[in-house]
Design a protein around this ligand. Structure first.
Ligand code: ADP
Ligand code: MG
Length: 693
């Protein structure tokens, strides 16, 4: 039930004076509410800019091409002669100079009423110099002294649709503000200006900053919108979490053995991530955590140690990767460590068939496998666990959310850890994964050397091939990446094969090939040959993009670098620089290089910090595209802008968490105010959840 206090906000805009059925139509279009825009929709339609009318120079002081408000004496009218295209001119002056006011069409009696000869008028608009004489064409405002008092000094300008002018919107907004009142304060953070007062300030600015997204009023509204979103997520989460939580507490016995078997010390951020994961798993709430780390930052070890916790608690864990290569890669890294610690592991992908598959399934169900690693084959029908407690999902955004759910449905109250090697900017984590906690592996493991990144035009291909030849004879190993994209897959594949043949002419059997259309066994064989050093130059389409780990590889050539996104280039580059040899990345590009492509390559050369590059990627591409595809159904924002208000998100999230911790049923006065907030920003699904208990 919507609180009564909101009734004026949710009234139809046709209730406002001056908006009849005819004007309602363009308003509905403007506000995106076919057949029924409400007063609130109008109030949340914020100005796109402001026009500052405060400058009141004399005519001699006027700066051309600026907006000014001038007091002038009207001298004479020069109407357009019949049959002429000349404008209607009105001559005026002040004590410092002359002004010509022009209209393209003017009806004489109307013009003479507007600008009566012999009287003073204020005119506001842009002055231009025409043959050295100041001219104002179609003043925005023509008023007398009484009218001047009503003219907005700072006039908001709105996005418009056909059939509506600024005057329509301004009058409607003024009426809407007059009919709605201040609402009870819901936030402890956004103090200083109330919600309604903030709306009034943005729509009726006294200073340009009042109507600026960076100003305090707009920020307050943006904060409210973000708080509503975060609060809704937190409420939903508190309810789902409470229903299904199941603590898994380990005794550290297996983790201790794994740590002892590692050839290295965990980094500080690995330790911190593990502590957070263990705390989540031990709590009565269900874990939903994102583990973000650049390529090579060491997520796999964290995953294994998390699995160990579930297994120490007598339960099972599953690790799901998006491709078979990656699943095998994880298996290869994990298996020796797991064996040392006495964990029973198994691999389950589409390639395990027949009796081998049946045996794995039986063992899983009997609890004879502790950790299963696989692809989406893991959540197919017929796969059952004895007691699955932890699902680790690598490279989340290649899976849909429903796939994540399918896996968790294989157990009771399954804790979920999502790993991603595409660092997601903080602002986007909160909006897209608002219901997830996040741990970041920002430190690179000790001993990593910086990668020398260079951009080379394809015109210098011969030189590149020659230098690869030298490196190969020094015993080094290199990737040669060719892009594949779905739209042009056939020709891309052909290009990769042609490159392979070409390089084989130079380097013979030392060259291998792996691409997405190969059969699993063939792919494995090609990867294995490269890993053992049997082949030393691996031509690959983007199948090697994620996760593949051959520490001996120290050179990567990326063909058509201009066709890749920044995040993807960073991913690819991460295939090298994993061992102790100084590595090189050559970005081969085809001229002419577009501006965005140039900036991408420049960013990549300047940094190896995936989180920084993710922010750059966001900047270069515009938000929304970072995850590849915009998640459909994600509720958009009306007033908050992530590029400007992103920093408010963290605060909103903290406040939402506090609220839910103290009063998850939204009771009392503040609770009532918060329900109002959720309605305003249409997060009332969360309110329904509350009433359902
Ligand atoms: P990611 O999955 O995050 O790309 P991996 O887990 O595959 O990274 O780790 C990359 C390499 O770094 C592996 O060979 C791994 O054994 C090694 N590694 C992981 N953690 C550390 C550490 N703390 N110190 C040194 N090497 C590490
Ligand atoms: Mg990995």
């Amino acid at each position: 039930m919507r609180p009564d206090i909101l009734n004026p906000y949710f009234a139809s805009i046709t209730d406002l004076p001056g908006i009849g059925p005819k004007l309602a139509r363009p308003f509905d279009r403007l506000l995106g509410h076919e057949g029924g825009a409400r007063v609130l929709d109008l109030l949340l339609h914020l100005p796109s800019s402001t026009i500052d009318r405060r400058a009141r120079p004399t005519l001699s002081q006027v700066e051309p091409d600026t907006v000014v408000t001038l007091k002038v004496h009207i001298d004479r009218h020069a109407p357009t002669p019949h049959g002429s295209r000349a404008p209607y001119r009105v001559y005026a002056h002040d004590e410092t100079g002359d002004l010509v006011i022009t209209y393209f069409k003017g009806e004489r009696s109307w013009m003479e009423r507007l600008l009566p000869v012999g009287e003073d008028r204020w005119v506001s608009g842009t002055v231009t110099l025409y043959d050295g004489i100041p001219q104002m064409s179609h003043p925005n405002w023509v008023v007398d002294e009484a009218g001047l008092a009503k003219m907005p000094q700072i006039e908001p300008a709105y996005p418009l649709v056909e059939g509506l002018g600024h005057g329509h919107i301004r009058r409607a907004v003024d009426a809407a503000l007059a009919r709605t009142g201040e609402l009870p304060e819901w936030s402890h953070e956004a103090r200083g200006i109330g919600f309604h007062a903030a709306l009034a300030q943005v729509h009726q600015p006294r200073e340009p900053l009042d109507a600026d997204p960076l100003g305090p009023a707009w920020k307050r509204l943006a904060y409210d919108e973000l708080l509503a979103g975060q609060l809704a997520l937190a409420l939903v989460r508190a309810r789902t979490v409470k229903a299904v939580g199941r603590p898994s507490v380990g005794d550290g016995r297996l983790a201790g053995r794994i740590l002892a078997a590692l050839a290295f010390q965990l980094t500080g951020s690995q330790v911190a991530a593990l502590a957070a994961i263990r705390a989540d798993m031990a709590s009565g709430d269900r874990m939903l955590r994102l583990l973000q780390g650049d390529v090579g930052s060491g997520k796999t070890v964290v995953a294994l140690l998390s699995a160990a916790t579930a297994i120490e608690a007598g339960r099972q864990a599953a690790l799901m990767a998006p491709t078979e290569i990656l699943a095998r890669q994880h298996m290869k890294t994990i298996e020796p460590l797991a064996n040392t610690a006495g964990l029973r592991t198994a691999l389950l992908t589409g390639r395990e068939k027949g009796r081998a598959r049946s045996a794995i399934l039986a063992a899983l169900e009997a609890g004879e496998i502790d950790l299963v690693i696989g692809t989406h084959a893991l959540f197919q029908e017929g796969v059952a666990f004895r007691d699955l407690a932890l699902a680790i999902v690598d490279e989340q955004h290649r899976f849909g959310v429903h796939q994540r759910l399918a896996l968790t449905s294989k157990g009771v109250a399954v804790d979920v850890l999502v790993m991603t090697a595409t660092p997601i900017p903080r602002t986007l984590v909160l909006t897209y994964f608002g219901d997830m906690e996040s741990s970041e592996l920002r430190e690179k493991p000790a001993g990593r050397k910086p990668i020398d990144t260079r951009a080379v035009s394809t015109e210098r291909l011969d030189e590149v091939v020659a230098s690869i030849g030298r490196a190969l004879s020094e015993g080094r190993r290199a990737y040669w990446i060719c892009p594949t994209v779905e739209e042009s897959e056939k020709s891309d594949l052909a290009a990769a094969e042609a490159r392979f043949e070409d390089l084989r002419q130079h380097f013979g059997d030392r060259v291998g090939l792996v691409h997405g259309k190969m059969k699993g066994a063939q792919k494995d064989a090609a990867m294995a040959a490269f890993a053992t050093g049997e082949t030393r130059l691996l031509v690959a389409t983007t199948v090697v993009e994620v996760g593949v780990d051959v520490p001996e590889a120290s050179i990567i050539v990326i063909e058509h670098a201009e066709r890749f996104g920044l995040a993807q280039l960073h991913q690819l580059r991460g295939r090298v620089g994993r061992g102790d040899i100084a590595s090189t990345c050559l970005l081969l590009y085809r001229r002419p290089l577009g501006e965005i492509a140039r900036q991408r390559i420049e960013a990549l050369r300047s940094s190896e910090d995936g989180f920084f590059l993710a922010e750059e990627d966001l900047r270069l591409r515009g938000e929304g595209d970072v995850l590849g595809t915009r998640q459909s159904g994600f509720p958009g924002f009306k007033v908050a802008r992530l590029d400007i208000h992103g920093d408010l998100l963290t605060r909103a999230r903290t406040e939402a968490a506090d609220i839910v911790r103290n009063d998850s049923d939204l009771t009392g006065e503040r609770g009532a105010a918060l329900r109002v907030l959720l309605h305003i920003f249409e997060r009332d699904v969360a309110v329904k959840l509350l009433s359902a208990g």
